[in-house]
Design a protein around this ligand. Structure first.
Ligand SMILES: C[S@@+](CC[C@H](N)C(=O)[O-])C[C@H]1O[C@@H](n2cnc3c(N)ncnc32)[C@H](O)[C@@H]1O
Length: 316
């Protein structure tokens, strides 16, 4: 196995993300629909690649767990220990197995799984095709793959609407250009693809999968004051937290350094970087207004979440 890179997902904000962001990600009714669409059946052996804390296990266990087996694997030994502990509450004594391993060399024999699934794994890999090829290898003929990945680039580029004054078109377009450069920088630094989802069908096809199809997640992200639904209450709390975090000097410096490195890696020029800093300064009052609206509960937003479920099957 490759020496695991220092794994960021087992601590701090990253770990918080794989707990908090999952709370309202997929509704049970929609999970049932996807389970049927993919072909989950009771008694199956299901492998979750890059399982983190086992979130996909908690979602799909009701659809295969009776006499079935959940195999969670992740490159982080810490997460695997915790996922195993957490599984006691959802698998309730059913068959589970947790392994530390690398998506590029899955620790399972050829043709041993009925379903292989992953979520927000491929987007972080420098060689996602290699991982998809491995998923194909361990699937039984007729087995299915389910990849849940986002298109965060389109998400950040959508026009959408909120309760702040709109920016002049030329500044709006400039900020979007910066997003493109940043996404390119991540890819160039081999940190994966912000827009992984639209690439997944091609990776599946290249691995040999057929019957490839995709669905988009069912929920939009919106906040209508006074935020009456549990999901809106959760999202507004997250925004408040993120504002506080953004003011911490250590976090601020880390975020700025990371942005700068990624921007230049993406082909950004010094003059665009300087212009970006200037515009950020110009729009500080707008940022203050955002914080004010969040804190006094008057902020409105509407955003489509660009998260997808993509499936394929291994020909018999
Ligand atoms: C964004 S988290 C997603 C976790 C989980 N699938 C979920 O949706 O909550 C990405 C996960 O992939 C794991 N990971 C990253 N690179 C990996 C690799 N090469 N092999 C296996 N797991 C990997 C990380 O440790 C982390 O747990």
């Amino acid at each position: 196995m490759r020496k695991p890179a220092k794994n960021k997902w087992s601590k701090g904000l990253y770990k918080k993300a794989i707990i908090d962001q999952r709370k309202f990600m997929w509704e049970p009714e929609y999970v049932a629909l996807i389970a049927k669409w993919v072909g989950f059946k009771q008694g199956q052996t299901v492998v979750d690649v890059g399982c983190g804390l086992g979130y996909l296990g908690t979602l799909y266990w009701p659809h295969f767990g009776k006499q079935g087996k959940y195999c969670g694997m992740d490159i982080s030994p810490k997460l695997i220990v915790q996922a195993k502990k957490l599984s006691q509450s959802w698998a309730k004594g059913g068959k589970t197995e947790f392994k530390v391993g690398d998506a590029y060399k899955l620790p399972y024999p050829d043709e041993s799984a009925d379903v292989v699934m992953c979520q927000t794994l491929l987007m972080h890999l420098d060689e996602p095709q290699k991982a998809v090829d491995e998923m194909y290898r361990i699937l039984k003929p007729g087995g299915a793959v389910l990849c849940k990945e986002p298109d965060n680039l389109s998400w950040s580029l959508q026009h959408s609407l909120n309760s702040l004054p709109e920016l002049p078109m030329k500044d709006e377009l400039f900020f979007r250009k910066i997003e493109y450069i940043y996404a390119q920088g991540r890819a160039n630094l081999r940190q994966g693809f912000l827009n992984a989802a639209p690439r997944v069908p091609l990776w599946l096809k290249a691995a040999g999968f057929s019957q490839i199809d995709a669905k988009i997640a069912s929920q939009a992200s919106l906040g209508v004051p006074p935020y009456e639904t549990p999901r809106q209450k959760h999202e507004i709390a997250e925004r408040k937290e993120s504002i506080c975090r953004g003011k911490e000097p250590r976090y601020k410096k880390q975020a700025n350094d990371n942005f700068k490195k990624t921007f230049f890696a993406g082909g950004g020029t010094q003059s665009n970087y300087d212009k970006y800093l200037k515009l950020r300064q110009k729009y500080r009052p707008r940022k203050k207004l955002y914080e004010h609206q969040i804190n006094d509960g008057s902020y409105y937003w509407f955003n489509a979440r660009q998260l997808f479920a993509i499936k394929g099957s291994k020909p018999k």
